[in-house]
Design a protein around this ligand. Structure first.
Ligand code: SF4
Length: 461
């Protein structure tokens, strides 16, 4: 897929200016998810669960070669055809061959960030194959021709009137159609697609190495239909998605659900154990494509590898005050928010994703939310430091930071500077460097009194 991460500040400002409703939609939905996660974490010893999950993933990642071979062996024993794809081109070649061999004309797809990463839909469309995204949110953005805005809620940036307008144009439904009526229209279209598709494509939340089991979590039932009705199923799995033991699912399935949506467990969990046997219903052919696409080199990065623990639960996005302002589109790549800011530079290179590690206040809320304790603030600083070392950061920033450091180390300079700053008029035009920031916000109004004066007054009282 096309990467536009370099344009992040401009795109964020443009979105805030041209689509102010997105901020409200994303903030509302992420706060709802975040409250659910907090409630769900309070019901358990979240610290102990997160620590355990972190250790399991660290063990997996530090023995990945062993578990990948084991997974391949177990999958093959179950009759699954295993493929290895180092990059999107190899993944495309594998899929092209499967499509040609089975004469595939129609595909139903379960929601999968990896298939977004690989550009599976454009490939299939270029082959003349009809593709249906079957997750309701994914279906909406497919109709709009947009990429996902959130890992778990791809259409999180849309409000009900947006969807009513879309369905009115596409299906002739009334402009005030209820959410139930809109869902019924989508269900009718997708039912037909499920029943007539030649191929089902999915990702996987987990692949258990010990048993060769694919585990998929969802709430709509569309993943189960996509992976069980068509005669062929292809699952694209990132190599970091493995779990060592079947018993690990007892921790990871509920922990992921709690982190993602605040549920104790997702409504559906599908455990796929290979193709249907004689007399059974289900796909006669199951393929697993194990995808690297930059993960191995990231694993070798001693300062950045921990990001590979990611479960793609989206909890860090929901917790992030920066992501909440715009949703995922301005980030310019599949993975947005805090996880995108530390994963995208690792997968695509810092040169193509440079501003993303700066899309954070470093408040640490992402770390608190993360079910596998990925130290996102620390990783953001690592990528920022590298950006400075590689000369990617603007030169004025270096000078500004040096001046800032001097001022912060000297109480008298600090007082002088803060007084001068408060006395200045601060219309946006006087601060062209802050234009991208100020465009989407009200004018800057410094407090008439500095914090230390307010603090002294408070103490006197
Ligand atoms: S970094 Fe953590 S919180 Fe964010 S998507 Fe990955 S697992 Fe979830």
């Amino acid at each position: 897929m096309q990467v536009k991460a370099k344009l992040y500040p401009k795109e964020a400002a443009r979105l805030l200016r041209e689509h102010p409703g997105v901020r409200e939609a994303v903030t509302g939905a992420t706060l709802h998810f975040e409250e659910g996660r907090k409630r769900a974490y309070q019901e358990i010893d979240a610290e102990a669960w997160r620590e355990r999950a972190k250790r399991v993933k660290d063990h997996l990642l530090t023995h990945l070669d062993h578990y990948l071979e084991l997974a391949e062996k177990r999958l093959q024993e179950k009759g699954v055809r295993v493929h290895w794809a180092e990059d999107p081109e190899e993944a495309h070649r594998i899929l092209r061959e499967i499509v040609a061999r089975h004469g595939v004309k129609r595909v139903v797809k379960a929601k999968s960030m990896l298939t977004e990463e690989l550009g599976v839909n454009p490939l299939l469309e270029s082959l003349g194959v009809e593709v249906y995204e079957t997750d309701l949110g994914e279906y909406l953005i497919q109709l709009l021709g947009e990429p996902p805005s959130h890992i778990v809620g791809p259409a999180i940036h849309l409000a009900l009137p947006d969807i009513q307008r879309l369905f009115h144009q596409r299906f002739g439904t009334p402009l005030d159609a209820s959410p139930e009526a809109l869902a019924a229209v989508a269900r009718k279209v997708l039912r037909e697609a499920f029943l007539t598709a030649d191929l089902g494509i999915s990702g996987a939340n987990f692949l258990v190495a010990e048993t060769g089991t694919l585990a998929l979590m969802e709430n709509e039932g569309n993943i189960r239909l996509s992976t069980s009705l068509p005669r062929v199923h292809v699952a694209f799995v990132g190599i970091e998605k493995l779990l060592p033991r079947f018993a690990d699912l007892a921790l990871f399935l509920p922990l992921t659900a709690r982190a993602a949506t605040g549920q104790r467990l997702s409504t559906y969990v599908s455990l796929i154990q290979g193709p249907a046997k004689e007399g059974e219903e289900g796909p006669k052919e199951v393929h697993v494509v194990l995808v690297d696409h930059g993960r191995t080199s990231l694993l070798h990065d001693p300062e950045a590898w921990e990001v590979l623990r990611c479960l793609r639960c989206g909890a860090c996005l929901n917790a992030c005050p920066v992501y909440r302002q715009t949703g995922g589109h301005p980030y310019g790549y599949v993975y947005s928010g805090p996880i995108g800011a530390v994963l995208d530079p690792g997968l695509l290179g810092l040169e193509d994703t440079y501003p993303l590690p700066y899309a954070s206040t470093l408040c640490g809320a992402c770390y608190e939310a993360c079910p596998v304790k990925i130290p996102i603030p620390k990783l953001l600083l690592t990528w920022r430091q590298r950006a400075v070392e590689r000369g990617l950061a603007p030169t004025w920033e270096k000078g500004a930071m040096q001046a800032f450091s001097k001022v912060m180390q000297s109480p008298s300079l600090y007082r002088l500077f803060s007084k001068a700053l408060r006395g200045l008029p601060l219309p946006q035009d006087l601060l062209p460097l802050l234009k991208a920031w100020t465009e989407g916000r009200g004018p800057l109004r410094p407090s008439p009194k500095p914090f230390h004066e307010l603090w002294q007054e408070l103490n006197k009282e």
